[in-house]
Design a protein. Structure first.
Length: 109
């Protein structure tokens, strides 16, 4: 009998392709452009063209669309930690999964 793997995710994931700005060096001074694969209230998965170490602290900023917010678009800055890195993503990109530890809503500029 085949074992069925249960999905342990506690929050709904939204499969969204959104631009995201990611900082992950010690100073946070360098920012790289990336694209999300999916987003949830507790985490994010994105594609980036630079390696990031599993366990590394990261900060990222993205704009959540009205489909998610149920109102208007909202810019959010999040801090978290890389929990998984997959080097087998398409187009030579790296897929990075990160947990969100804290976030803040930003005023539109």
């Amino acid at each position: 009998m085949a074992e069925v793997q249960q999905d342990k995710r506690a929050t709904r994931r939204f499969a969204l392709r959104l631009p995201v700005s990611v900082s992950y060096d010690e100073t946070g001074s360098e920012s790289k452009a990336a694209q999300t694969r999916d987003v949830s209230a507790r985490g994010i998965c994105f594609f980036i063209d630079a390696p990031i170490a599993s366990g590394a602290p990261i900060e990222f900023t993205l704009t959540l669309p009205p489909e998610i917010t149920q109102t208007e678009s909202i810019r959010v800055r999040c801090k978290g930690k890389v929990v998984r890195v997959d080097n087998g993503a398409p187009n030579g990109k790296v897929a990075v999964a990160a947990v969100i530890d804290e976030y803040e809503f930003l005023a539109e500029s």
